[in-house]
Design a protein around this ligand. Structure first.
Ligand SMILES: [Zn+2]
Length: 317
């Protein structure tokens, strides 16, 4: 199988459905599984895509690896001792609220948040946290869930985690490991009947091209851009814009995305940069959520505008 990030179009498998998928998908509902590190990640990465596919009749499940127990309180209005003390319980409530807004199913893997180590040098990760577990072991409950829920398409973070939080890196590793192992009867033999998802995507929403476009549109409207400083710093940082293979139009659902993100009230400042760009500008300038196709067992051609390209043909023959 081709490693992530090295998937030229010419190397895509030719000839339609993967042998495992032949027949078994016919007439079934399309199923999408998005694997995330913490509660709130599902609302800030790919949320509008999920709601769009739900509206289109697909089955969508969010898998949350950790409880977010070591997350900070990022909303100044909620930065109070009792909130910090009860953060684990509060984040479960926030997740329930966001889940209801999005309309998705959600499963917890039950791992413990690693926290974001800060300092120079950074302190070691706390014992027993998600980021320290061996991948083989940490992937086991996800393999079980993939076999039980049988997604056709999976979404996760790229090998850099989208940003370098140890739980995001681990989320990438376990997602790729589960994608590769779930269809193999010799791997995790006690974790259910094998099921091979057909495509694996990485989120690519955090690209310089997108923020640059939003920034210029804000200035053109005579508004203050929240991205000025960010973009100036970004010049020296790596960008993943050239890895985008798939742009999914989902701007009708951006407001649902924002409502779900606000439901994670401890994790986002409602007056902060997340919500600073007017909806009309976002919809006009960048109406898609963007992905990199990292694995495909079905025939497709790039660029794509649908995560289920090549899968629909297998499911609804
Ligand atoms: Zn996160």
């Amino acid at each position: 199988m081709t490693p992530p990030g090295e998937f030229p179009a010419s190397e895509f498998p030719i000839g339609g459905c993967h042998p495992i998928s032949e027949g078994v998908h016919v007439g079934e509902r399309l199923r999408l599984m998005a694997v995330h590190a913490h509660p709130d990640d599902e609302s800030s990465k790919g949320a509008a895509t999920m709601v769009m596919y739900l509206a289109d009749g697909a089955d969508v499940v969010v898998v949350t690896c950790t409880g977010g127990e070591r997350g900070s309180v990022l909303n100044p209005k909620l930065d109070r001792p009792e909130v910090w003390r009860n953060i684990a319980a509060i984040r479960r409530e926030e997740m329930a609220h966001a889940r209801a807004i999005l309309g998705v199913r959600q499963e917890w893997l039950g791992f413990v948040d690693s926290g974001l180590p800060e300092g120079d040098p950074p302190p070691p990760l706390p014992a027993g946290c998600f980021g320290l577990l061996p991948v083989e072991r940490a992937a086991a409950p996800l393999v079980r869930l993939v076999r039980e829920l049988r997604p056709h398409v999976m979404i996760t973070y790229d090998e850099r985690g989208g940003y370098p939080h140890p739980d995001h890196l681990m989320c990438h590793r376990v997602s790729v490991a589960a994608f590769d192992a779930a269809g193999d009867p010799d791997r995790y033999p006690d974790a259910g009947e094998p099921w091979q998802p057909l495509k694996l995507y990485y989120h690519m929403g955090f690209t310089r091209e997108r923020y640059q476009a939003l920034h210029l549109a804000m200035l053109a409207e005579g508004l203050e851009s929240p991205y000025e400083e960010w973009l100036a710093r970004w010049v020296d940082l790596p960008d993943t814009g050239d890895r985008v293979t798939t742009r999914v139009r989902c701007d009708n659902y951006f407001t649902v995305r924002d409502d779900a993100l606000r439901a994670h009230a401890t994790q986002v400042d409602p007056d902060g940069t997340w919500f600073a760009v007017p909806m009309e500008i976002q919809r006009k300038v960048w109406p898609t959520e963007d992905y990199q196709l990292a694995r495909s067992l079905v025939d497709t051609s790039l660029p794509e505008d649908d995560l289920f390209t090549g899968v629909r043909e297998c499911v609804r023959i």
